[in-house]
Design a binder for this molecule. Structure first.
Ligand SMILES: Nc1nc2c(ncn2[C@@H]2O[C@H](COP(=O)(O)OP(=O)(O)OP(=O)(O)O)[C@@H](O)[C@H]2O)c(=O)[nH]1
Ligand SMILES: [Zn+2]
Length: 395
């Protein structure tokens, strides 16, 4: 919550009376414990966005909305303004504070002040009590780090999966936040949050004109060409558009394929260095070679653009055709993590086989990446390493 923010009409403010009644968690504990079993995997949706953009408003809205889910919420900060946050804001002298409360409608709330990892571990001990997790990051967080925890943590991997990342953008201040310059040419937080998003909520549209909205939309689109942009007031959105997205797994395969067809390579906007680029190379790729290509980009970070700047990939998505695999494969990457998964969809025939990649990140050059992809997926190992001379390595 940003002090002094323009909030519009106050009557619409969620009041104390809107908050579901809190009941002590112990009352249902024993009965629930008996029901514990392996159960299905639990989806996690990360809600991020700049300070005061409307994350908590979205969280409250989801909790209040009628849905059949029992939602567990992890807040990794305390705010002043919202009903849910208020009910949880019991100070513990700056220590790690964590408390679980069950809301009247079956939702579960947890508030933590650390990175959230401990909360997740504790949360999983309460398995069976909830079937969806929402996590609100702090306004200045890089959601990539949080997403990484959920995505492939070996211990948690069997119980939960990352469903998607929602970034809430404040209409009124969004452009300003995106244009903010950081020392040493670092990418500002707002841009990083938009770059990672599966869903971008342009919130508080009551505060801006259609023209301003168009500008903001264009700026967001130029950073992230893949995420779906939705416009909201008080973060009100059809829940089916933002939950159960399966944005990180192969269940999204079919729609994902369609989506990838229409990702434009945008012109950089606002002088920002994060852009979305996309390219397609017909035919098959070798799995090992694809791994080399991705690892050079995500791990070694040794690929440079024309100006000699290192490319940094924040998000990577692609549909690829791997030699000898009948199914279409999805590749997904967030910062340094990536994985390759089979989709239920098979290639109809060899002529259809193609690989299409979408990369969101800094200093990306479409032509260089495409050439490198063509070269590394077809060349021998010896030739591949020749692409990356010692002195080219980016640190
Ligand atoms: N005018 C207007 N105000 C809104 C809208 N959505 C949220 N707000 C207000 O914006 C302020 C910030 O909303 P929050 O939901 O607390 O934002 P947040 O992103 O959780 O903030 P932090 O956790 O502090 O980063 C609150 O006063 C909200 O009532 C909207 O669509 N229009
Ligand atoms: Zn908040």
């Amino acid at each position: 919550m940003l002090p002094g923010i323009v909030t519009g009409d106050e009557e619409e403010e969620p009041g104390e009376e809107d908050c579901p009644e809190l009941v002590p968690i112990e009352t249902k504990q024993r009965e629930e414990e008996e029901k514990l079993g392996p159960g299905p995997k639990i989806p996690v949706t990360i809600i991020t966005g700049y300070l005061g953009a409307g994350k908590t408003t979205l969280l409250n809205y989801i909790l209040m909305e009628q849905h059949s889910k029992r939602i567990a919420v992890i807040l990794n900060e305390f705010g002043e303004g919202s009903a849910v946050e208020k009910s949880l804001a019991v100070s513990q002298g700056g220590e790690l504070y964590e408390e679980w409360l069950e809301l009247g409608n079956g939702c579960l709330c947890c508030s933590v002040k650390d990175s959230g990892l401990r909360a997740i571990e504790n949360l999983m001990q309460k398995k069976g009590k909830f079937d969806y997790i929402l996590l609100e990051t702090t306004g200045l967080a890089d959601p990539g780090a949080v997403a990484s925890i959920f995505w492939v943590d070996a211990e948690l991997g069997s119980d939960i999966y990352l469903d998607g990342i929602i970034t809430v953008v404040d209409s009124k201040y969004g452009l300003k936040h995106l244009a903010e310059e950081k020392p040493d040419g670092l990418t500002n937080e707002a841009t990083r949050q938009v770059a990672l998003a599966d869903i971008i909520l342009i919130n508080k549209i009551d505060l801006i004109s259609e023209e301003e909205l168009n500008k903001l939309r264009t700026a967001i689109r130029s950073i992230n060409g893949l995420g779906q942009i939705l416009e909201t007031q008080r973060s009100r959105v059809d829940l089916s558009n933002i939950l159960d997205l399966h944005a990180f797994d192969s269940l999204s395969g079919i729609s994902f394929q369609e989506k990838l067809q229409y990702v434009p390579t945008a012109q950089p906007h606002l002088d920002q260095t994060i852009v979305t680029i996309t390219f397609e190379v017909p035919g098959n790729v070798k799995e090992e070679s694809l791994n080399v290509f991705i690892q050079n980009l995500l791990w070694e970070k040794n690929v440079r653009n024309k100006d000699g700047h290192c490319m940094e990939v924040t998000r990577l998505k692609g549909l690829v055709s791997i030699r000898d695999k009948p199914q279409q494969m999805i590749v997904q990457g967030v910062h340094e993590l990536y994985d390759l998964e089979e989709t239920p969809v098979s290639w109809k025939d060899d002529t259809e086989r193609t690989s299409r990649l979408v990369l969101i990140g800094r200093n990306l050059d479409k032509d260089i990446l495409k050439q490198l992809f063509i070269a590394t997926v077809t060349e021998t190992e010896k030739q591949q390493t020749a692409h990356f001379k010692e002195d080219q390595i980016c640190l």
